[in-house]
Unconditional design. Structure first.
Length: 675
């Protein structure tokens, strides 16, 4: 074998061995993964996911996840480099065993204990504070009085080995309460057992809640932390740095993320005994008073019913608690407060939550039905200056008292309706009006505010219901209705389905474009009028032409009838002469010659009459022919002499030498003998 061939073979074998070695190494030691949008190495973090933990960790890994615990984990990952979660499901006990064994890397919401500190690392700062309660069904009035002895002999559900159970059992022991404990695996299962009547009460923290449970007794609290195995100090360093950054950006983050999910619906599924009693005493009926023409919040439709997003409160009270709800539409805030004070209505809505104003009015406020931002509609370029002169209506949600509270340096003037407010703005009597931002589009659809400036303010306000003092049971019922209505109370959830109070889409479209539409209609009308006048003028002209043509025809026919009689009379006269001189051949020949001339003339007249249609249609063609002028004159004179002889006149004629001219020119000078 040639040396060159041996060298090539050796090189090939060397490359093959090197590739094989690289393949084996890549399988045994995979290359590190990096984030798709950066050079940062991805760090997979195995997170414990509690099963059926509503409010805290909701959903199943691999599907949609939510809950305040999930949101906190996601926020934490935003401030850590390369973190990517892998969720591992299990019960609390199972996940704690896996965490201590290093089979998972992270658990949120873990209470600190000296025993746990032996195996786990805890975050430097707490994730939050956990409060522990004994929960019972909302209708347990015997437990609602606050006496721990009412718990004697009851069956209480709890989770095994968790901090709230330890603290709760210690509290019960301190209160000398003897009861039976039933251990249940998860928090959600605890609340299900309570709803099904398997237990009388449960010990649970405030991280999750249930509409079928109300907190009756507070038994203690403790801070909770993020926890990792002792083998992962790198993760804990990332967690501590991220939590510090989160707290620096928003010191209230821990409370805010939890409050959005936790106890907002606690005990809202049923009424208490006192609430049920109040309803019975009032005929199981609640009367709601609301402001008209305040869409998207509320208005009265064509059927006299309440319409708008807040109408869902009435629907929820009826559907959830089987309460008969009556609604009364009121024109302004003064009428509504008066109706509330004299008992015509039980609840007034919507008004802004303001404890000071509520106290001055002598009413109490419900929980918030939602937060709204405010927008200023002002006539000038300087908002701060315009905010010193504000106009409002008597029926607005942002009433005069609220505006005076929000803008203490402003002069607030009250008008009867929106039209008067905008008129005052146009005339310079006011400089600004304040409306909820969600009502801005409704106002744009109804009124022309394009010439004004609009600017959203930093001020916000919460909507609530007003109730007369001394009715805590009614307040509880309304608050439960608000919780169950949820997002349906939001102005964004309202979609108009019928025409009412100027909310028709067609009406809004017409009103918004009314100037353009009016201009188009006026142009069409003017164009129609011009066309009509022109048509009448043309018709009058044509009629005048037709009348003139008819008059000409009449005159022509009258003349023709006269001209026709002349040759006819001549022919008849010649026949009579021939009969009188019968046998005189000379007279007969002359009479026949003259009769032929008269007949030809008659035929010519008849032909002219028959040509009338062609003359009207302008289809007549003139012919140029030579003729004998003496013969033409003699023929014309024959008729004239016949006519003259009838009247005893002898007509003589003389002839000049021959001249040539058109026959039509001669005919135009011929006429009856009497002309």
């Amino acid at each position: 074998m040639k040396p060159s061939a041996v060298l090539r073979l050796a090189l090939r074998r060397t490359l093959a061995v090197a590739l094989a070695a690289l393949t084996v190494l890549s399988a045994v030691m995979p290359a590190p993964a990096f984030a798709a949008d950066s050079d940062q190495q991805v760090k997979t973090v195995r997170v414990g996911w509690l099963v059926n933990n509503k409010g805290f960790q909701e959903g199943t890994p691999g599907e949609r996840l939510s809950g305040w615990g999930y949101e906190y984990l996601q926020t934490l990952s935003y401030y850590t480099k390369g973190w990517q979660y892998e969720y591992v499901s299990g019960t609390f006990s199972e996940l704690m065993d896996m965490l201590e064994a290093g089979e998972i890397d992270l658990m949120p919401n873990i209470s600190y204990s000296a025993e746990r500190e032996q195996k786990l690392l805890f975050s430097s700062n707490p994730e939050g504070t956990e409060r522990y309660y004994i929960y019972a069904r909302p209708d347990r009035d015997d437990l609602a009085k606050g006496d721990p002895q009412a718990l004697q002999g009851l069956t209480i559900g709890c989770n095994s080995g968790v901090m709230q159970t330890i603290v709760g059992q210690q509290w019960l022991a301190n209160e000398d309460v003897t009861c039976t404990y039933k251990e249940i695996d998860t928090g959600s299962a605890l609340f299900e057992a309570l709803a099904d009547g398997e237990v009388d009460a449960v010990i649970m923290n405030d991280t999750i809640s249930s509409p079928d449970a109300s907190p009756m007794f507070y038994v203690g609290s403790s801070d909770y932390f993020f926890a990792v195995p002792k083998s992962r100090p790198d993760l804990m360093n990332d967690i501590n740095a991220a939590m510090t950054t989160i707290a620096r950006d928003n010191p209230r983050y821990n409370e805010e993320v939890k409050s959005s999910y936790s106890t907002q619906n606690s005990g809202s599924s049923s009424l208490t005994g006192t609430e049920t009693t109040w309803l019975k005493e009032n005929g199981n009926t609640i009367t709601l008073g609301y402001l008209k023409n305040q869409l998207p919040y509320c208005t009265q439709n064509d059927d006299g019913e309440m319409e708008g997003s807040l109408a869902s409160l009435a629907t929820t009270l009826h559907d959830k608690f089987d309460i008969t709800v009556k609604t009364i539409a009121l024109s302004n805030n003064k009428q509504m407060i008066k109706a509330l004070s004299n008992g015509t209505i039980d609840v007034a809505l919507p008004l802004f939550r303001d404890y000071w104003l509520a106290e001055q009015t002598g009413v109490i406020q419900s929980n918030s039905m939602g937060t709204v931002s405010l927008t200023a509609i002002h006539s000038g370029k300087n908002l701060n200056s315009d905010l010193k002169n504000i106009a409002c209506t008597k029926s607005t949600i942002v009433n005069r008292f609220e505006l005076e509270s929000l803008f203490p340096n402003a002069t607030v003037t009250e008008y009867s309706n929106d039209g008067e407010v905008l008129k005052a703005l146009n005339e310079g009597k006011a400089r600004c009006i304040i409306v909820p931002s969600t009502r801005l589009e409704t106002l744009r659809d109804i009124y022309d505010i394009e010439d004004f400036e609009t600017q959203e303010l930093t001020n916000t306000a919460q909507l609530s219901c007003l109730i007369s003092r001394g009715k805590p049971e009614l307040l509880g019922i309304i608050n439960k209705g608000i919780v169950n209505a949820g997002e349906s109370l939001s102005a964004n959830s309202y979609f108009p389905t019928s025409y009412s109070a100027q909310e028709s889409d067609a009406f809004r479209l017409l009103y918004r474009n009314r100037i353009v539409i009016a201009a188009v209609v006026i142009c069409i009308l003017l164009t129609g009028i011009v066309i009509l006048v022109w048509s009448l003028y043309r018709a009058q002209e044509e009629r005048q032409k037709a009348d003139a043509a008819n008059a000409a025809k009449t005159a022509f026919l009258t003349r023709m009838s006269h001209d026709i009689r002349t040759p006819l009379n001549g022919i008849l006269g010649l026949i009579e002469i021939e009969e009188l001189r019968e046998g005189d051949m000379q007279v007969a020949r002359e009479s026949r010659a003259k009769a032929r001339v008269a007949a030809n003339h008659l035929l010519s007249l008849i032909n002219d009459i028959l040509e009338m249609g062609r003359i009207e249609e302008r289809k007549v063609t003139l012919e140029h022919e030579s003729f004998n002028l003496k013969e033409l004159c003699d023929n014309a004179l024959v008729l004239c002499k016949l006519r003259a002889s009838d009247r005893g006149i002898t007509m003589l004629d003389t002839s000049e030498p021959y001249a040539h001219m058109t026959q039509s020119a001669v005919k135009s000078h011929n006429g009856p003998a009497d002309r």
